[in-house]
Design a protein around this ligand. Structure first.
Ligand code: CTP
Ligand code: MG
Length: 179
């Protein structure tokens, strides 16, 4: 029961977990905010949110969902989830990037410089927005897949996975900070 729940949680969230990691690898170039600052003298988003990182991250997340759909027939006995509708693939991937972007907006407004930690927000921003967007654009699949137990598993597991993957990326020299 617990194992099935955890498997669905990780499987269904993989298209949302991948984008931020790919953005770290692919990021660079023109920032989304084009260098713009707001009235508070701080950047709108900052140099850490780029078009390239966002585009590659989103495409990678969608590609993961499509790849999981290919594997699905072989593991459907183990993974109690229906294949990703294309709308869900896009909303999970893009929602993850959007959540991270919104968090940067909040970081700048609260005086946090690029790269500063924002405990709690850093670990869950992308989960909340990718799930909310998916609930809107792929409602049937969302409620079918994300039962209450699965949601609890997602909110417990994600911070753990987030902290550990970022620590690994930092140790490998891929990321500037360990969060
Ligand atoms: N990145 C990107 N585009 C995004 C998200 C991330 O290009 N939409 C890349 C950037 O090179 C960024 C790195 O991934 O520096 C790490 O991402 P993140 O930790 O989210 O950004 P920070 O640089 O820490 O900036 P912020 O404080 O705004 O979160
Ligand atoms: Mg950061």
């Amino acid at each position: 029961m617990v194992v099935e729940t955890v498997i669905v949680a990780i499987w269904a969230m993989l298209p949302a977990y991948i984008p931020n990691n790919v953005a770290v690898l692919a990021g660079g170039g023109r920032p989304i905010d084009n260098g713009m600052t707001l009235g508070d003298g701080k950047r709108f988003l900052g140099d850490g949110k780029t078009w390239r990182g966002t585009a590659f991250g989103t495409v990678a997340g969608v590609a993961v969902a499509l790849a999981l759909n290919q594997i699905h027939p072989f593991v459907s006995g183990v993974v109690a989830a229906d294949p990703f509708p294309i709308a869900a693939a896009v909303s999970l991937a893009f929602g993850a990037m959007l959540g991270d972007i919104l968090a940067s907006f909040l970081k700048r407004r609260t005086g946090r410089e690029r790269g500063a930690a924002f405990p709690g927000i850093d670990q869950l921003d992308f989960v909340v927005v990718s799930l909310a967007l998916t609930a809107i654009v792929a409602t049937g699949w969302f409620f079918e897949t994300f039962t209450l137990f699965v949601l609890v598993a997602v909110f417990v597991l994600t911070p753990v996975l987030h902290v550990s993957t970022n620590a690994i990326a930092y140790a490998l020299g891929l990321k500037d900070e360990p969060w």
